[in-house]
Ligand binder design. Structure first.
Ligand SMILES: Nc1nc2c(ncn2[C@@H]2O[C@H](COP(=O)(O)OP(=O)(O)O)[C@@H](O)[C@H]2O)c(=O)[nH]1
Ligand SMILES: [Mg+2]
Length: 322
């Protein structure tokens, strides 16, 4: 087999022609960051943005199992072929806790095994690498690459570990928060944050006791959260046997219609603000990195030691030199 080219435009042309190796290569470039990653991101930026569904929740809550089922429903409809069935789906499994794609991701792939060989499903895991802005920027870039390759819908699975949930949610059009019976006891601290990002709640492992209490808990939370245009529905699933998964996809499609009838531009604008702020801070940080070394910098440290300047003046002079 020929090695794929390394030129982003050539790779993208191949990816648009359904070459999954080229697509995987593009995502790796984005993940690694640096100049080649930037070139890919900028190229992909001009393409259509795929509809993005985020799944987030505690480790072990069943996100991968549910994603696996959702892929099937999205591809084939449920209760028979659906006119809205998608011919292609992309999945990004994000593990913010791992610097490398490792064990947890391997588990995810096993759980999505039935789709790994399906050419119309593209599954990829991402971990934190050298990207300038970390995953918070690499994820939206990767989503755009998938869109540029022609995938109309992307599902992102993230392990819920606080801030990361919020960041990934800001990259998703519809955010599904997956909880399990009894979750309230362990997630007390994070409830408000989850409420803020959830467009949909799924109580997975509904085959276990405590579903009613969990639903009551979520309902109460939503009441306290006040009135909004969209009230996140609460659905129940048993991802292991597929029960309730069709209804989850329906709710995603409903939410999509809701935001496309009005809130979509507002959401995308808010998302672009977050993204531009991140790019700005990453660039400024890297400029600071460059300023905080070298002769001029060491010279200012000498002057500080000698007591002939102060840090404010020193910083102003360094900025002036830049
Ligand atoms: N009893 C039960 N187990 C489930 C259900 N969904 C997932 N699991 C199991 O929970 C474990 C973790 O699932 P996984 O999808 O890897 O969770 P993730 O870490 O959120 O991606 C696996 O052993 C699954 O088989 C469910 O609805 N009921
Ligand atoms: Mg998983």
């Amino acid at each position: 087999m020929n090695r794929p080219p390394s030129d982003p435009a050539a790779l993208l042309a191949l990816a648009q022609d359904n070459d999954r190796v080229a697509l995987a290569r593009l995502i790796s470039l984005v993940e690694r960051g640096g100049e080649p990653g930037l070139a890919v991101a900028r190229l992909a930026y001009r393409s259509a943005v795929p509809y993005t569904v985020g799944l987030t929740g505690a480790p072990g809550s069943g996100k991968s199992t549910l994603t696996d089922r959702l892929i099937t429903v999205a591809r084939t409809g449920w209760g028979g072929p659906s006119p809205e069935a998608l011919d292609q789906v992309g999945v990004l499994a994000i593990d913010p806790t791992s610097p490398f794609s490792g064990g947890a991701i391997l588990g995810d792939r096993v759980r999505m095994q039935q789709h790994v060989l399906d050419p119309s499903v593209f599954i990829r895991s991402m971990a934190t690498r050298g990207h300038l802005g970390g995953l918070a920027l690499a994820v939206p870039d990767a989503i755009r690459v998938l869109g540029a390759a022609g995938l109309p819908v992307v599902i992102i699975e993230t392990v819920g570990v606080g801030q990361m949930e919020v960041e990934v949610a800001s990259a998703a059009d519809t955010t599904v928060v997956v909880v399990t019976p009894g979750w309230g006891d362990s997630m007390q601290a994070n409830k408000a944050g989850l409420l803020e990002i959830a467009d949909l709640f799924v109580i997975n492992k509904a085959d276990r006791p405590g579903v009613r209490e969990t639903r009551r808990d979520l309902d109460q939370m939503l009441e306290l959260g006040g009135a909004h245009d969209w009230r996140p529905p609460i659905l129940e699933t048993v991802a292991t046997d597929g029960a309730g998964v069709g209804e989850v996809w329906d709710a995603v499609v409903n939410h999509r219609s809701f935001i496309e009838s009005g809130a979509k531009d507002v959401r995308r604008r808010a998302r672009l603000r977050v993204e531009l702020d991140k790019v700005l801070s990453a660039m400024v940080r890297s400029r600071i990195g460059a300023l905080a070394r070298g002769d001029a910098y060491e010279g200012q440290i000498d002057s500080l030691l000698a007591g002939t300047t102060d840090p404010y003046r020193a910083a102003t002079e360094l900025l002036g030199d830049a």
